[in-house]
Design a protein around this ligand. Structure first.
Ligand code: BG6
Length: 302
């Protein structure tokens, strides 16, 4: 669908319009009474969300590359239908294919409280069906307002159960990694993957990051709080239908290798991903719909 068609069907004055964005990607731009946000239709990839009067809550690399078929560094990549490497075929893309294929706009709405709602659906093709041979559909609902609400909805339309891994791989904007602590995972067991290892550990106290961190916390549904002493604010991450939380910061060497962080780019971000990964993958029965929901909000640091 062309941008003109998208605007004709789905634009709403003072809420949402469609534009050509960087790398010629089609982008839904939201600007309402509460916040601004932008979403690339490739990957249903939310790139920005900024409530009025706040610094951006979502981090997008200044060196992000925007091109067809490539995941964007920053924002909220949708990892689906598996998280991390594929369980049996290492040739398949890490974190699944949902973040690099086109999604379509199914619906937009102006909400009574002034927020803006958009619902997107992944467009299947022969390549996606070859990687995921399960009759199914996936949609992402985003409501951008004073809070950011996202629901990743998977439906099994086939006759067999399938096993689903997923994450909303959110990059949060922080003042400086040295001035933040993550709370909410105290006492949780996690798989420590930093440096390519795989070791089971237990979290003691809040999370302070001073080197590469790549951890999958398991069996945790609790809210996480990113306490940012530089910006004097706390980002609250509430979730439903998610039993894992991934915390990731590549630190200097890995970020330099990746090539799209920029010098010291890792200092201004942390990923806190609401997920179902490792032992928390979800079995979706025929006819069943699984929802994983997050809500992000910002509170002044007391
Ligand atoms: C995290 C993983 O979720 O995503 C890390 O735990 C990985 O191992 C990171 O490096 C980034 O992945 P990608 O594929 O977007 O570079």
């Amino acid at each position: 669908m062309t941008i003109a068609d998208l605007n004709q069907r789905h634009a709403i004055a003072s809420h949402i319009q469609f534009k050509e964005g960087p790398g010629r990607l089609t982008v839904a731009e939201i600007a309402n009474a509460h916040a601004s946000a932008s979403i690339a239709l490739q990957g249903a990839h939310l790139m920005t969300w900024q409530p009025k009067g706040q610094e951006p809550v979502i981090w997008l690399s200044k060196f992000a590359k925007f091109s067809p078929g490539k995941s964007i560094r920053g924002g909220v990549p949708v990892c689906w239908p598996w998280f991390g490497p594929h369980a049996s075929d290492s040739k398949l893309p890490g974190h699944g294919y949902a973040r690099t294929v086109m999604w379509e706009v199914l619906e937009t709405r102006a909400m009574p409280d002034g927020s803006t709602f958009i619902r997107l659906g992944l467009i299947e093709n022969d390549a996606t069906r070859a990687q995921w041979p399960h009759p199914s559909s996936v949609q992402l609902e985003i409501t951008a307002g004073p809070t950011l609400h996202m629901a990743l909805i998977t439906h099994n339309s086939g006759a067999q159960s399938f096993t689903l891994g997923e994450a909303l791989h959110t990059y949060f904007h922080i003042s400086d990694v040295a001035r933040m602590t993550i709370h909410g995972l105290e006492g949780c067991d996690y798989m420590d993957k930093a440096g390519g290892a795989s070791e089971l550990r237990t979290q003691q106290g809040g999370i302070v990051i001073t080197s590469e961190v790549d951890r999958v916390y398991m069996n945790t549904a609790a809210d996480c709080l990113i306490e940012d002493r530089g910006l004097q604010r706390t980002i609250r991450i509430a979730k439903q239908g998610s039993q894992s939380t991934v915390v990731w910061n590549p630190w200097t060497a890995k970020a330099d290798q990746m090539g799209d962080f920029g010098p010291e780019g890792h200092r201004g971000m942390v990923c806190v991903e609401s997920a179902n990964a490792l032992g928390n993958v979800v079995s979706v029965a025929p006819g069943e719909t699984h929802r994983m929901v997050v809500e992000y909000s910002v509170e002044a640091l007391g």
